[in-house]
Design a protein around this ligand. Structure first.
Ligand code: NAI
Length: 257
């Protein structure tokens, strides 16, 4: 049985992933700032991912317990939050947490991050994303925001775009050590965060997505994709982003063609 750390484990996609991993016999380290119900096979890690010091202490605790074989960064905050919090949880937290866990992983390990189709809405170019990814603390994020002003909603899109880029670059660095790193990009999924997306991205956009592909996704459908990329069935896949959106991007491409 493997030890898998899941962030955002208290709700939605993260909670569905925990269920799935337990069903296949993994031991789960369930990280969230919100309470996670204790149950057999689950070790709860309470942590506010917006706080780098809290991430450092979680990493120490994980190390003392023998490290992890795999990690899924599912936690995220919507664009209704202030831009600095959006960048802290959706970019800096995975860079610090997933980056460190990858560096300490044994060969055969894997990581998955959760981005979003919203990444395609950001026009921020790669060199500016790289500046954002170079921030090592919230002050660095604040300096980046001062140079590149973003609303909360814009910060969400840019954060998810930066996360796809980071994941790909981290995957390239990890290949030589036998570790795989991938991301998934969900379209709208029926979880509590969807109400916030309606507020930050506009109800029309969210409803149009459902109209385009017939419905919103279910958290289990995204959890299945994450579990696939984390596990041995994806042993020859690294550095890729898997859209999980019912064909939304394909329909948009077909319409634009
Ligand atoms: P959710 O709101 O059900 O779950 C998010 C979880 O992240 C919550 O348990 C929350 O407590 C945790 N979290 C947030 N901030 C945290 C912090 N500072 N420290 C620790 N934990 C924190 O939402 P859902 O849908 O499960 O979202 C999971 C991921 O999927 C997010 O990264 C989100 O951006 C992404 N996503 C969701 C879509 C949707 O329509 N539901 C669409 C595209 C991407």
């Amino acid at each position: 049985s493997e030890r898998v750390l899941v962030t955002g484990a208290a709700s939605g996609i993260g909670a569905a992933l925990v269920d799935r991993l337990l069903a296949r016999g993994d031991r789960v380290l369930a990280l969230d700032r919100a309470p996670v119900a204790p149950r057999p096979g689950v070790e709860v890690l309470t942590c506010d991912l917006a706080d780098p010091a809290a991430i450092t202490s979680v990493l120490e605790r994980v190390d003392v317990d023998g490290g992890v074989d795999r990690v899924a960064h599912v936690a995220g905050v919507p664009g209704t939050a202030p831009p600095l919090s959006v960048l802290a949880v959706n970019v800096l937290a995975p860079v610090l947490l997933v980056g460190t866990l990858i560096a300490r992983m044994a060969p055969g390990g894997s990581a998955v991050t959760v981005s979003s189709v919203a990444a395609h809405r950001s026009a921020v170019p790669d060199d500016e994303l790289d500046e954002l990814l170079a921030a090592t603390d919230p002050d660095g994020l604040a300096r980046w925001l001062a140079r590149h002003p973003h609303s909360g909603a814009e910060a969400y899109d840019t954060a998810k775009k930066a996360l796809v880029r980071w994941t790909r670059l981290a995957a390239g660095d990890a290949v030589a050590r036998g570790i795989r790193v991938n991301s998934v990009s969900p379209g709208p999924v029926e979880t509590p965060i969807l109400a916030d997306f309606r507020a930050s991205m506009g109800e029309a956009d969210i409803d149009r997505a459902a109209a385009t592909v017939g419905r919103h996704g279910r958290p289990e459908e995204v959890a299945a994709a994450i579990a696939f990329l984390l596990g041995p069935d994806a042993s020859w896949i690294s550095g890729t982003d898997l859209p999980v959106e019912g064909g939304l991007l394909a329909v948009r491409a077909a319409r634009a063609a």
